[in-house]
Write a new protein. Structure first.
Length: 90
């Protein structure tokens, strides 16, 4: 679903610290810390993973999976086009 590297990269793109991501996702800070300390795919309770992915998506990041269309292949993250009327974080 998401790798620890993608999670850290998504936070960096958005300029979020772990505490803020935890608040946005409605999970605890130790949950975010454990997820980001994982090797490879993040393991955890599916509900918590879904909350984190949804929070990153709402904040404006698109997660790119292994088989997703991308010019050079592989996993990654990218900022989405801002929605009309959406306020960008600075």
């Amino acid at each position: 679903m998401i790798t620890s590297s993608q999670m850290r990269a998504a936070r960096a793109l958005l300029g979020l610290d772990q505490k803020t991501l935890a608040e946005l996702a409605g999970v605890s800070l130790p949950t975010i810390q454990r997820m980001e300390a994982s090797d490879g795919n993040v393991r955890g309770i599916v509900d918590s993973l879904t909350k984190v992915v949804d929070a990153l998506n709402r904040a404006g990041v698109e997660l790119i999976g292994d088989k997703a269309r991308s010019e050079s292949g592989g996993r990654g993250v990218r900022l989405k086009e801002p929605a009309p009327g959406r306020v960008e974080q600075s």
